[in-house]
Design a protein around this ligand. Structure first.
Ligand code: FMN
Length: 200
């Protein structure tokens, strides 16, 4: 029997608590808990609420180019561990000025240490095969509104050795609770979680 824990990491990127992307990520998590192919006793879903984290933006000291470590000591240190250990990552984020909110962008920038490890120091500290999804909501009518954020998340996943598996984009979703009026959207992410297959 395989007793290894399956670590699923959900990253809540919105500054708005219980907003549209929070609701979508929560439904994804609910689906995962009802997933019959994942043994619940071995399943660990951990969440990072970026809005509640205490960390400073990258100051470009380039310390990580030397040894792959970030010189800052704050909540990111714990996040680095979770990002390293995850078997699957789901990011939820609204679109702010065609990209991700500043808080989430700072979080991603602080992951420069993973970039240095991979491309400057040639040290592969992440050996897991893993996948990730990007869930987003935006007010605009134009579906292209997600293009820039998608590029950011794709590069973030690439640096973390995460295969960008799928995205769930919902436009014309603006006010808090708008997504609750779209049960099809909530069901879609729920079903994805419920049918997710993870090999460890
Ligand atoms: C500062 C700010 C910037 C925004 N910029 C955009 C934008 O560029 N394009 C867009 O379609 N929606 C934009 N929006 C709307 C949000 O993407 C939308 O309300 C989304 O549903 C919020 O998701 P949340 O409730 O998970 O935070 C912006 C909202 C705020 C507060």
């Amino acid at each position: 029997m395989n007793n290894k824990k399956i670590n699923i990491l959900t990253i809540y990127g919105s500054p708005r608590k219980n907003g549209n992307t929070d609701e979508l990520l929560k439904n994804f998590e609910k689906g995962v808990y009802e997933n019959n192919s994942l043994d619940n006793s071995n399943l660990k879903i951990e969440s990072l609420f970026v809005r509640n984290m205490n960390f400073s933006p990258c100051i470009e000291c380039r310390h990580c180019s030397i040894d792959g470590e970030c010189s800052r000591r704050d909540d990111m240190q714990q996040a680095y561990l979770k990002l390293t250990e995850a078997d699957f990552i789901a990011i939820g984020s609204p679109i702010f000025f065609v990209s991700v909110p500043a808080q989430l962008k700072s979080f991603i920038d602080r992951c420069q240490r993973f970039w240095s490890l991979k491309y400057e120091l040639n040290k592969k500290i992440i050996t897991k095969e893993r996948e990730g999804i990007f869930i987003s909501a935006a007010g605009a009518e134009n579906i292209n509104i997600f293009d820039c954020a998608e590029k950011v998340i794709k590069e973030f996943f690439n640096v973390l050795y995460v295969k960008y598996e799928k995205n769930f984009f919902y436009n014309k979703i603006d006010q808090k609770g708008d997504i609750l009026k779209k049960p099809g959207a909530l069901k879609e992410v729920f079903e994805y979680g419920k049918n997710l297959k993870i090999q460890i």
